[in-house]
Design a binder for this molecule. Structure first.
Ligand SMILES: Nc1ncnc2c1ncn2[C@@H]1O[C@H](COP(=O)(O)OP(=O)(O)OP(=O)(O)O)[C@@H](O)[C@H]1O
Ligand SMILES: [Mg+2]
Length: 235
């Protein structure tokens, strides 16, 4: 389902972080949101999830107006977020972490099928199913956090800076995985600072700067965009 954000204002306490952000995530595509530290990317995700509710503007997911819905109801519509910094449960096994991702789902068959799908995407998680998550490498924990997100059977997967702090090899692998998940039919909103690799897999995207959208277009247009070049490619 598509996500449509219209003119959202949101922030913390007295300060607005987002001053009128509009953004469209078409069904079936990878849409990216680029922006440097403090631009407001995570705040926008929090607004979508109902964690930092919009002060004005509108957020629609498919036919549903979710602007003022509580977080659990937004999640129940199929919106799943893989948070910044991954946050797996370190003292739980890989398998237990994955099952947490689907604990509200009472359809056992669907859950088992998803587990198989996750293991097909991440054979390494299968091999390490009984290992404590906290003893795995950063890259493996990143896989686990994505796997856990998939266990909820998302329609829209929001990924907050998946490449942060990962080695180049894992970054590459992670981006490939996100592309594969999209090809399996999941709509993706990919929030990143890694411009090159993000634009290599995204269909279209937006650039957020100080709480405003300063550029948008398809991936090729963004690669050629002056603002993007100046901010990220140093030319
Ligand atoms: N919980 C909070 N309370 C108050 N201010 C916050 C809070 N979280 C973020 N901010 C402020 O909101 C602004 C935007 O932060 P946000 O985390 O949305 O940026 P970001 O684009 O996700 O940055 P990064 O790339 O570092 O994750 C920053 O000025 C930040 O200091
Ligand atoms: Mg952030």
């Amino acid at each position: 389902m598509e996500l449509v954000i219209e003119n959202i204002v949101s922030g913390y306490d007295q300060a607005d972080v987002l001053s009128g952000v509009s953004l469209h995530v078409p069904e079936g595509q990878i849409t990216c949101l680029l922006g440097s530290n403090g631009a407001g990317k995570t705040t926008l995700i929090r607004a979508i999830l109902g964690l930092t509710p919009a002060r004005s503007g509108r957020i629609r997911f498919g036919a549903a107006d979710i602007t003022h819905e509580p977080t659990h109801r937004i999640a129940a519509l199929g919106v799943t977020c893989i948070p910044e910094g991954r946050r797996v449960f370190p003292r739980m096994s890989v398998m237990e972490n994955l099952r947490v991702g689907s604990y509200t789902d009472t359809n056992r068959q669907a859950v088992e099928k998803r587990l198989e799908e996750v293991f097909a995407i991440f054979p390494r998680l299968h091999e390490r199913a009984e290992q404590l998550a906290g003893t795995m490498s950063g890259g493996e924990q990143a896989m686990l956090s994505i796997g856990r997100g998939l266990m909820s059977g998302p329609k829209l997967l929001i990924v907050d800076e998946p490449s942060l702090g990962l080695s180049p090899l894992f970054v590459k692998e992670n981006f490939k995985v996100i592309q594969r998940i999209n090809e399996l039919g999941v709509t993706v909103l990919l929030v990143e600072q890694n411009v090159r690799q993000t634009l290599a897999i995204a269909h279209r995207g937006y650039v957020l700067s100080q709480g405003r959208i300063v550029a948008q277009g398809d991936a090729a247009q963004l690669r050629d965009n002056e603002e993007v070049r100046a901010a990220y490619f140093g030319s």
